[in-house]
Design a protein around this ligand. Structure first.
Ligand code: GLN
Length: 529
């Protein structure tokens, strides 16, 4: 079968949840038993988001093969229940990097290298390179139609229809219908303008997905149909869903979006079974019990910074029959007896830089002493080990900052493999590595396995010189990576649940399959209530 392509653009404003809508479309089409791949184009010039602050970009999502990618890939993995790779996120920076590299190597000798056709061809190659073995490739163009940066991408996807034929491409435009309070009206004009912009470039959207606050009257569909030149039934309304974003595919399906797309692509509809998904969504809506879990990080103002952790807690909650109520713990405040008072579990997430490290150490001390279920992630594990070294092993000057490896007790040290590294981008220990789990430990109880693969993103590690001392004082090292005996999981006995991991389990949690660490954290926290 010839691969089909779906292109998704955004209009009017950003933050419309385009990633979730794209992921939902992927999930629905996959339920028709088509082989799907999803591609996110990011129009910025960074080669990847790895060097950007979470304030700029939100979380950096790490794939199995160690690519640092846009957080939308997290949505794709969670909705499609399928791993993404470095091929699924392409930035404009990467496109230019390739083109300039080729230019230096003489691949364009004699030619003037230009945005059209050279940059656009490179963009198209990224799309086509995903096609092998897939029935449908969905590509989401980051940014909003009208941005200067996204123009080459739009030009490229326009050309794809010429390359592969009309019936093999669908263009979907996701836009906003704002509600104007004073007039008590939903406005379609911004969407009309956005579609006009697309048509100027030569793209006629086949389907409109309109984001609205609340559901709207059917007449809006007719109006949009008339002004935007799409059939009324090809206008899909996507109202805000509140706290359960996993409802989006169901809303889209109610309006037959899957069938509409398949018809346009001349693909057969197949028997669909999404009962488990719907069951979980319905279950969530009926949940009455909530449980407070603290997340002690430094990006407390910005939900996107901890996206996968929040999703993992959400999954763990549903499967434990509770709603998880996230309480952000400000690690710079340090009044933990107040902040952690009614919290039933604590997560100390990963992070970079010195700010907040001392606060994290103190928050962990509080959780350890007060028997609050605790899960430390990456920097969260490193700070847990420092806390233990200082307060249990008596190494008062165990290093306090991640950079301070020159103290007399560098319990956390720069990894050997990182010592020679001169460049910042893409050079950490990244992606999935094997971790061996010791039987009889909490980690084993959680994972029920002796070999697991989890995703990493770090430069520092537990200094092996301190392992014997830490163990002598009761720190259990329950997971290690065989090469170099790297510490991957530590835990404590005599505590209801105290476990910390060098990797990022949050990246592997799925709506249908919650991650066991988050699942058990919520389970134990719930039992404690
Ligand atoms: N900054 C720490 C390191 O590089 C932790 C990284 C993280 O939490 N992802 O090892």
């Amino acid at each position: 079968m010839k691969t089909k392509f779906i292109f998704i653009t955004g209009g009017v404003v950003s933050s419309l949840g385009k990633g979730i809508t794209t992921a939902s479309i992927g999930m629905l089409l996959k339920s028709h038993k088509y082989r799907i791949d999803v591609l996110k184009f990011d129009p910025y010039l960074n080669v990847d988001p790895g060097t950007m602050s979470p304030y700029q970009h939100g979380e950096v999502f790490v794939t199995e093969d160690g690519a640092e990618t846009d957080l939308d890939l997290g949505h794709y993995e969670r909705y499609l229940n399928q791993n993404m790779s470095n091929k699924n996120n392409v930035t404009q920076g990467q496109i230019y990097e390739h083109v300039l590299y080729k230019e230096r190597y003489g691949e364009y000798l004699g030619k003037t290298v230009q945005v059209i056709p050279h940059i656009t061809s490179e963009i198209k190659s990224a799309i086509y390179s995903l096609a092998r073995g897939k029935d449908i490739v969905i590509a989401e163009i980051g940014g909003t139609v009208g941005d200067i940066e996204s123009l080459p991408f739009l030009e490229a996807i326009r050309q794809v229809r010429l390359d592969v034929g009309r019936d093999n491409v669908v263009y979907i435009h996701i836009s906003l219908l704002p509600y104007i309070k004073a007039a008590e009206e939903i406005k379609t004009k911004p969407t009309q303008h956005s579609v006009m912009k697309l048509r100027e470039i030569g793209i006629e959207p086949d389907i409109l997905i309109c984001r609205v606050e609340k559901n709207v009257d059917k007449s809006i569909k007719e109006k949009l149909s008339l002004f935007c030149n799409v059939e009324p039934e090809d206008v899909v309304i996507e109202p805000d869903v509140g706290s359960c974003v996993y409802k989006v595919p169901l809303i889209l399906k109610e309006q037959n979006l899957d069938k509409i797309i398949l018809q346009k692509l001349k693909l057969r509809q197949r028997k669909v079974d999404i009962t488990e998904w719907s069951r979980l969504v319905e279950k969530y809506e009926k949940l009455t019990d909530t449980i407070k879990i603290g997340v002690a990080g430094k990006y407390t103002q910005l939900k996107d910074a901890y996206k996968s952790i929040l999703e993992a807690l959400f999954h763990a909650g549903i499967h434990n029959d509770v709603k998880v109520d996230i309480r952000y713990i400000d690690v710079e405040q340090k009044n933990f007896e107040v902040q952690l008072k009614d919290v039933k579990g604590l997560i100390v997430p990963g992070g970079f830089g010195e700010r907040g490290v001392e606060g994290k150490i103190q928050a962990i001390k509080y959780a350890r002493e007060n028997k609050i279920p605790f899960l430390g992630i990456c920097l969260g594990m490193q700070t847990a080990v420092i806390e233990f070294a200082r307060n249990i092993c008596g190494l008062k000057d165990a290093n306090s900052t991640e950079f301070d490896t020159k103290t007399s007790h560098p319990v956390i040290d720069l990894m050997e493999s990182q010592k020679m590294v001169k460049y910042k981008g893409g050079t950490m220990r990244l992606g999935a590595y094997l971790c061996r789990i010791k039987k009889g430990t909490l980690a084993y109880k959680v994972y029920q396995a002796t070999k697991i693969y989890e995703r990493h993103r770090h430069r520092y590690e537990v200094n092996n010189k301190y392992i014997t001392l830490l163990q002598k004082h009761g720190l259990v090292i329950s997971g290690t990576h065989p090469v170099g005996n790297l510490v991957e999981i530590v835990e404590l006995k005599d505590h209801p649940f105290f476990i910390a991991v060098q990797f990022h389990p949050e990246f592997k949690s799925r709506f249908l399959n919650p991650h066991p660490l988050f699942y058990h954290l919520v389970k134990v926290a719930k039992e404690k209530v």
